[in-house]
Design a protein. Structure first.
Length: 475
């Protein structure tokens, strides 16, 4: 086994036995990037000068390289959100999650490709060109954290951070055959995450195993006074849930999830995964999330409203790219016109529209009300069951270019993930099969707020009973 193939847990064990070989781990990964990343394009910015050692800091991640989605700010290291408007922006501070990783001894390794400002489901809207799916280079890796997920699957990263506003950790994890967790809203600090939809955004781990996800969440989770929406809720040791059996665990399958539009191969794989958990002692019942059919519509009101307001700060004055002009109005206009890509512009226009006087009540306020109904659906479900199980994405990965000219069909790929963000609940993608074409399929495990433990419990039990996570894409 090559060193770049190690899981995070295996890397911990390797370095415990070979403390002098820390640099080797970083170097083998850097060589791997040189070898395969011209095909995959998982990194926007990788520079061994920045992949500082940090290896002398003693901690649970001492010497272990972790890769970072490029919308999480890193001190003295360019952070672009894959947008021309932020090219050249070097943040003067670290995000809280970066500080925590450094304090745990991790090596901040590289900045991963993504959809521009995290708008997208395919990693094709990056101004640095698309990332490709390591299982088949003609297919998308999902998005928006497509670079992070493809890096973990393609072995150009050991573990990575992503961000998830409507599915951006879980859907690419599903498309790349890796584990991706969106924690409960408030579980992980958003300080230093470039805001998209502030009431929806969460940072989370993308890893090859459920165990690695728990190890990383232990480092990331916790209250942060720099983020007023972070929750002051005790952080358990998430690895303590890994060995627990699922005997007696109540799982609900929402009847609204298994309907027309769900690809038959995905349905089959998810149903088989359910049987595996049943065989391990879990009980499975049908439940209902009646307002789920409004999730995409509500999301594309709430998320674009927040995005249009958050993107107001990129005007050429303070950050990144500026189009010089003799008058101020043209400077603003051309900076934003040239700096933002088509999808970002679409969202700014939509968001400005739904927030404008005369429309605010009809769209934004109505959206917030339906959002409450979606949250109540989950509250009711979690009175009956401890875990909701379903597909992560309605289809296996699609081809590069397939959905770029049809934004609505692109938006539909998040149909199963968006409601967890609207409700603030934690949800994880766990690989559960492959299509006949050899592309990964994932299932989504959702629990009640701050109950990531139950997700780790079921996810790790499933992973121990199956071998999907052992498959490696050939590059
Ligand atoms: N694909 C969704 C969107 O385009 C979700 C993105 C995300 O979670 N950042 O908005």
């Amino acid at each position: 086994m090559e060193l770049y193939e190690l899981t995070l847990k295996q890397a911990q064990e390797f370095l415990a036995k070979n403390p002098n070989r820390k640099d080797e781990l970083t170097k083998t990964l850097a060589d791997r990037i040189k070898q395969v990343d011209s095909k995959l394009n998982t990194y926007i910015n990788f520079d061994s000068k920045h992949a500082q050692k940090n290896g002398d800091v003693k901690g649970p991640l001492s010497g272990i390289p972790v890769s970072i989605k490029d919308n999480i700010v890193t001190r003295d290291w360019e952070t672009t959100c894959a947008s021309k408007i932020l090219k050249g922006f070097v943040p003067p501070y670290d995000a809280t999650v970066i500080r925590k990783l450094r304090e745990a001894g991790a090596v901040i390794f590289g900045k991963c490709n993504m959809d521009e400002f995290a708008f997208g489901s395919s990693c094709e809207t990056s101004c640095f060109g698309p990332t490709r799916n390591p299982w088949n280079l003609d297919f998308v890796p999902g998005g928006s954290s497509g670079g992070s997920a493809a890096a973990v699957a393609g072995r150009t990263a050991i573990a990575a951070l992503g961000s998830d506003t409507g599915g951006s950790i879980r859907q690419p994890a599903s498309f790349c055959g890796v584990v991706g967790l969106k924690p409960t809203y408030g579980r992980v600090s958003r300080y230093g995450l470039v805001a998209f939809g502030s009431s929806l955004d969460q940072i989370g781990p993308i890893t090859r195993t459920v165990e690695d996800s728990a190890i990383l969440l232990n480092v990331l989770a916790g209250h942060d006074e720099k983020d007023s929406t972070s929750a002051n809720v005790p952080v358990p040791d998430y690895t303590s849930f890994l060995t627990k059996s699922v005997k007696g665990l109540k799982i609900g399958l929402p009847k609204e999830y298994f309907v027309k539009g769900l690809d038959p191969e995905v349905e089959k794989a998810v149903k088989q995964a359910t049987s595996v958990l049943q065989d391990l002692g879990a009980s499975v019942t049908e439940i209902s999330l009646p307002h789920m059919k409004y999730a995409i519509a509500v999301y594309y009101v709430v998320a674009v409203a927040e995005a249009s307001s958050n993107l107001g700060r990129f005007d050429g004055v303070e950050y990144g790219f500026r189009h010089e002009s003799s008058n101020l109005r043209d400077m603003y206009f051309e900076t934003r016109n040239q700096g933002f890509g088509a999808e970002a512009k679409r969202r700014i226009l939509l968001g400005t529209f739904v927030l404008s006087a005369g429309y605010y009540d009809a769209y934004y306020l109505k959206g917030l009300k339906v959002r409450t109904l979606i949250k109540q659906d989950f509250d009711q479900a979690f009175q009956k069951v401890a875990l909701v199980l379903g597909p992560t994405a309605p289809t296996p990965p699609f081809r590069i270019g397939e959905k770029m000219s049809d934004p609505l069909s692109m938006y539909l790929s998040d149909i199963y993930t968006i409601s967890a963000n609207l409700a603030g609940v934690p949800a994880m993608n766990v690989p559960c099969g492959f299509s006949a074409a050899g592309l990964p399929i994932g299932m989504q495990l959702t629990a009640k707020p701050f109950d990531e433990g139950t997700i780790f419990r079921a996810g790790s039990a499933y992973e121990s009973a199956t071998k999907w996570h052992e498959k490696v894409p050939k590059l």
